[in-house]
Ligand binder design. Structure first.
Ligand SMILES: *[C@@H]1O[C@H](CO)[C@@H](O)[C@H](O)[C@H]1NC(C)=O
Ligand SMILES: *[C@@H]1O[C@H](CO)[C@@H](O)[C@H](O)[C@H]1NC(C)=O
Ligand SMILES: *[C@@H]1O[C@H](CO)[C@@H](O)[C@H](O)[C@H]1NC(C)=O
Ligand SMILES: *[C@@H]1O[C@H](CO)[C@@H](O)[C@H](O)[C@H]1NC(C)=O
Ligand SMILES: *[C@@H]1O[C@H](CO)[C@@H](O)[C@H](O)[C@H]1NC(C)=O
Ligand SMILES: *[C@@H]1O[C@H](CO)[C@@H](O)[C@H](O)[C@H]1NC(C)=O
Length: 326
């Protein structure tokens, strides 16, 4: 089931704000796998999706022909076909597109070795902006649901929940959604439900499970995918820490990752970095800063969009089937 780490939750009170961006997306599938906790490389991830691209291309064509074809395609099939098109567009080599940006000057274009594949990321990001739709369940009352504290250093959950509510990525029609958002704040759960130092994690887990029960009774979407296209935010499990946005960012080019056990040697590690390398990484770090910025309302390529993009990328990787397809 969902994993809640007492370390991660307690850690929230101390951690360095920049790392808080890692307050992260948990996909609540019944196997309990945490989506963004494996550092799949971007292209690996995409290529995996592409193994089905050929079939889906067929299907896309079939869908476009559907007005004349006898088979009627469900909303879900059309949605999946749209994703297949995005997948293909991201993977397609398109030199002219790459070198001929039509965007205006004030619009950021990802470039440089800080990205695992800047072109693919750019393309994927634009596809997301064009298509991605998120359904936010209305069930649940603030403050545990639909709300999260926004004024503290650990505010990323609350910020995302509130920004999502008014986002253009939100759809009111669950049939048009690619993913489903459980607007549940782990931080608020800890404040309202978890009795400090009681170690009653079971109570919090039950609250989240109750929520899942309610929406899986009321809507068909959870059962359809066993929750795999559902997500919620939770602070990251620090016992298994992965840098945020490792699905697109090449952290080694602009950051030094220091394992906890080496923190005592931090000064030496930092002094050992040659001046030239230091300046280069600093420059790259400044370019990467936009991806960690919290803006209200959100700006393109900022932390809100990067979290969304991680979810989008994950969603591109698998298909949801109608029940009668089985
Ligand atoms: C590709 O997807 C399959 C099944 O969806 C999974 O078992 C496999 O680990 C994935 N490979 C990579 C490289 O992500
Ligand atoms: C699309 O249609 C073609 C021919 O009409 C068929 O061979 C193919 O299996 C169909 N693809 C899918 C995914 O239904
Ligand atoms: C980046 O991704 C594109 C597909 O969008 C691919 O054609 C290209 O080979 C990739 N580049 C690198 C350096 O992997
Ligand atoms: C770039 O795009 C413009 C139209 O937007 C086109 O006229 C021009 O030929 C393109 N250049 C290249 C190198 O493809
Ligand atoms: C390449 O990109 C250009 C500009 O976005 C687009 O018009 C064209 O259709 C793309 N070509 C392919 C093969 O995707
Ligand atoms: C989803 O599955 C659960 C457990 O099997 C069941 O109780 C529930 O009624 C199902 N929901 C819908 C909408 O069919």
């Amino acid at each position: 089931m969902m994993t809640w780490s007492s370390n991660s939750l307690k850690g929230l009170w101390f951690i360095f704000p920049m790392l808080l961006v890692a307050a992260f997306v948990v996909i609540t599938n019944p196997q309990g796998s945490i989506w963004l906790s494996t550092s799949n490389q971007y292209i690996e991830t995409l290529n995996n999706g592409s193994s089905t691209t050929e079939n889906q291309k067929d299907e896309t064509q079939n869908v476009t022909k559907s007005s004349t074809a006898p088979k009627r395609y469900s909303k879900l099939e059309k949605l999946e076909a749209g994703l297949a098109k995005s997948r293909a567009a991201i993977l397609r080599e398109n030199k002219s597109w790459n070198n001929n940006q039509t965007e205006e000057d004030d619009q950021y274009i990802p470039h440089g070795p800080m990205y695992l594949n800047a072109t693919a990321f750019h393309r994927s990001y634009l596809e997301m902006e064009k298509k991605f739709k998120v359904y936010v369940y209305n069930e649940g009352e603030p403050p545990v649901y639909h709300f999260g504290p926004c004024k503290h250093t650990y505010a990323i959950e609350g910020y995302f929940i509130q920004a999502m509510e008014v986002s253009k990525f939100r759809t009111e029609d669950p049939n048009k959604a690619h993913v489903y958002f459980l607007p549940l704040s782990v931080t608020m759960l800890t404040q309202f439900i978890y009795v400090v130092d009681s170690h009653e994690w079971g109570l919090m887990k039950n609250t989240a499970m109750d929520y899942v029960n309610v929406i899986s009774q009321k809507y068909p979407y959870w059962n359809r995918s066993l929750g795999a296209d559902h997500f919620m935010l939770a602070c990251h499990d620090w016992d298994n820490y992965v840098n945020p946005f490792s699905d697109v960012l090449n952290w080694d080019t602009f950051a030094i990752t220091v394992p906890v056990k080496d923190i005592v040697n931090l000064k030496k590690i930092l002094l050992d970095i040659p001046q030239e390398k230091y300046l280069e990484m600093q420059k790259r770090g400044i370019q990467m800063r936009r991806h960690f910025e919290v803006n209200s309302p959100p700006n393109r390529y900022d932390v809100f969009h990067m979290i969304l993009h991680s979810i989008w990328l994950r969603r591109l990787n698998f298909r949801v089937h109608d029940e009668d397809e089985f």
